[in-house]
Write a protein that binds this ligand. Structure first.
Ligand SMILES: Cc1cc2nc3c(=O)[nH]c(=O)nc-3n(C[C@H](O)[C@H](O)[C@H](O)COP(=O)(O)O)c2cc1C
Length: 206
């Protein structure tokens, strides 16, 4: 047996089509790491504030600035409250939690009924936004006010693309050249179904 074949034995290769939804979820959430967390505020059409974390989250365009959130459906195929609110109001705010906010993030992910204010449950302070109705999280060091651009669904989950209309950045994480001071931001990450700190940052040698 040649060296390549020996290496192959140490790897388990799996056809995606043979895996259950649960197995796929476990592989993806463990392999695509670390993920940032979009701590997302929305408001219902009756004015109830909602706050929920989404780690299937990324930038899709820098100019105009656009973000993408991916939301699963609830059991029975119902929309999550965040998805429902965004579809109805066309607005949301992505707040970025620091590591010390992990507990509040966890609490805000619980399936509270739609009429419960999740800012109050998580113990965080709603601060009025400038251009959208959902409030931002006062304790978050960065918040981005977004207007809905598009909703689409290439697979099992609902993808929400929003255009950022206002950035709020705490002075203490903004450096003189307008770069973000990452250690000061201390962003909370998601790895599998656990949380992670952002570790030491380095540059490769010249
Ligand atoms: C750190 C973290 C990340 C999460 N990421 C996602 C995600 O990317 N997509 C998703 O559908 N649910 C995700 N969840 C679960 C949702 O946060 C949870 O279902 C949500 O709070 C539902 O609330 P809502 O019905 O008020 O929108 C995550 C939970 C946690 C704790």
């Amino acid at each position: 047996m040649g060296p390549a074949a020996e290496t192959d034995l140490a790897v388990r290769s799996m056809e995606a089509a043979d895996l259950s939804a649960e197995e796929l979820f476990r592989l993806l959430t463990g392999a695509v790491v670390p993920r940032p967390i979009a701590w997302t505020s929305t408001i219902s059409d009756t004015g109830v504030n909602n706050l929920s974390p989404f780690s299937f989250f990324t930038v899709v365009s820098s100019s105009p600035p656009m973000l993408l959130l991916s939301m699963e459906y609830k059991e029975g195929g119902f929309l999550k409250d965040s998805a429902e609110n965004i579809a109805k109001t066309g607005e949301f705010v992505v707040n970025l939690p620091s590591s010390g906010m992990a507990w509040a993030v966890e609490v805000s992910s619980r399936p509270f009924p739609a009429e419960i204010d999740e800012f109050a449950q998580a113990g965080v302070t709603p601060l009025p936004s400038h251009r959208v109705r959902p409030p931002r999280v006062k304790e978050a060091l960065i918040s981005m006010e977004c207007v809905l651009h598009d909703i689409f669904q290439p697979g099992s989950d609902r993808l929400i693309v929003g255009k950022i209309v206002v950035f709020h950045v705490a002075q203490k994480v903004l450096m003189p050249d307008d770069k973000i001071n990452i250690p000061a931001l201390d962003p909370l990450g998601r790895v599998a179904n656990q949380f992670a700190y952002t570790g030491p940052i380095f540059t490769t040698p010249e």
